[in-house]
Ligand binder design. Structure first.
Ligand code: SAH
Ligand code: SF4
Length: 359
């Protein structure tokens, strides 16, 4: 019979970590300050293993490592773009790969993290979607991307991470069991302000409602990409299960939560979702839930021959939306030379593997 899995120090919420450590050390007749020592190693010193916790006596380190797991990630590749964007590909304990991206701007350092290995949603414009779903990430593996990226940023003169977006691989609201605790851990354990954390979803309604019910002011991004159910269904299979009117209803609940901000992500694809007739319905949706609109030029993927909308079309969208009173930004394509957009590095790895198999 195999031993039951040990709790992962990085997956526990601060409250559960404290309780578990208190029990553990009490059971061993150790002073209560041991709890604080371990907490400091986890949240502040970013220890990579129990063996690093050098102010614990050796015998206590062994006992702690026997009782608890600590699943840290190893970087397999680090790619740095000419614009400063950095993409890490992390290897998990079972050999699976996930990526995260650091995006520096003059006043911020944003970290984009993954919530699943692959994604089951199958959106037609997304490399991760084409790759399919492999498995859920644990809370510790989600938080682990932050810990390892923060360490890398410190070591390489990038400064502190100021913002976190759940916009890497996977659909965060399809992994709520791990994403909820990961939000709590990042916020309460590592001190990242709730308003500096954005969860991006393609429209998983029960997940939006759960997030709306949380007291913290985490931000929500809806990957909208089309203002009508018909067009959206061509891009996003989930639209058939949770059509736009239902998603909008959930967003209204989120908006009611006082001070919670919603963003619409609108990836602009030439000839697919950039008709000028779509601007007015898009404006109406944005005004209804007071959403900020991010227009993002489509990043070409290996599976489709679509192109990004032309710059003049993107500008027209932005200008008309603004005139209608919608707050809008055009997102640059950061890290394009290293395919840092979304699920692309692992996407490319998969394509290379497929090609290699065919050869
Ligand atoms: N699953 C979540 C979060 C991860 S995707 C979601 O879909 O919201 C992060 C963002 O990248 C989403 O807005 C997604 O629509 C966008 N995206 C995916 N593929 C893209 C591509 N090829 N070009 C531009 N944006 C893309
Ligand atoms: Fe999944 Fe988001 Fe990509 Fe859709 S866009 S396949 S939900 S990662």
């Amino acid at each position: 019979m195999s031993a039951p899995p040990r709790p992962d120090l990085l997956s526990l919420t601060p409250e559960d970590l404290r309780a578990s450590l208190s029990d553990h050390f009490e059971g061993r007749g150790q002073p209560t300050y041991r709890v604080g020592q371990v907490e400091k190693w986890v949240y502040q010193s970013l220890a990579r293993s129990v063996a690093d916790m050098s102010d614990l006596p050796g015998v206590e380190r062994s006992a702690l490592a026997e009782a608890f797991d600590m699943a840290t990630l190893d970087a397999t590749t680090v790619q740095r773009s000419t614009d400063g964007t950095v993409k890490h590909l992390w290897r998990l304990a079972d050999g699976e790969l996930v990526e995260s991206v650091l995006i520096p701007t003059p006043r911020r350092l944003t970290l984009c993290i993954s919530s699943q290995v692959g994604c089951a949603m199958g959106c037609t414009f997304c490399a991760t979607g084409w790759g399919g779903f492999d498995r859920q990430l644990t809370a510790g593996e989600i938080v682990g991307q932050y810990r390892a990226s923060r360490q890398w940023a410190e070591d390489n003169g990038y400064g502190p991470i100021t913002n976190i977006v759940y916009m890497g691989m996977g659909e965060p609201l399809s992994n709520r069991k791990a994403v909820h605790p990961s939000l709590t851990i990042l916020n309460q354990g590592y001190g990242v302000g709730a308003r500096r954390i954005t969860v991006s979803t393609v429209g998983v309604v029960p997940g939006i409602l759960e997030l709306a019910a949380r007291p913290e002011q985490f931000r929500l991004a809806l990957s909208l990409h089309a203002p009508s159910t018909e067009l959206r269904a061509e891009l996003i299979p989930l639209e058939k299960r949770h059509p736009l009117p239902e998603v909008l209803g959930a967003l209204e609940k989120f908006d009611d939560g006082g001070g919670k901000r919603i963003t619409f992500e609108y990836t602009m694809i030439d000839g697919i979702n950039d008709d000028v007739d779509l601007i007015e319905p898009l404006a109406e949706l944005a005004l209804r839930v007071r959403a900020f609109v991010n227009l993002i030029p489509f990043n070409p993927i290996p599976y489709q021959d679509w192109k990004a909308s032309r710059p003049d079309r993107i500008r027209a969208f932005a200008e008309i939306l603004e005139r209608r009173g919608v707050s809008v930004a055009v997102r640059g394509t950061r890290g394009r030379d290293i395919d840092a957009a979304c699920g692309q590095l692992r996407g490319h790895t998969l394509v290379q593997i497929e090609k290699a198999r065919k050869d």
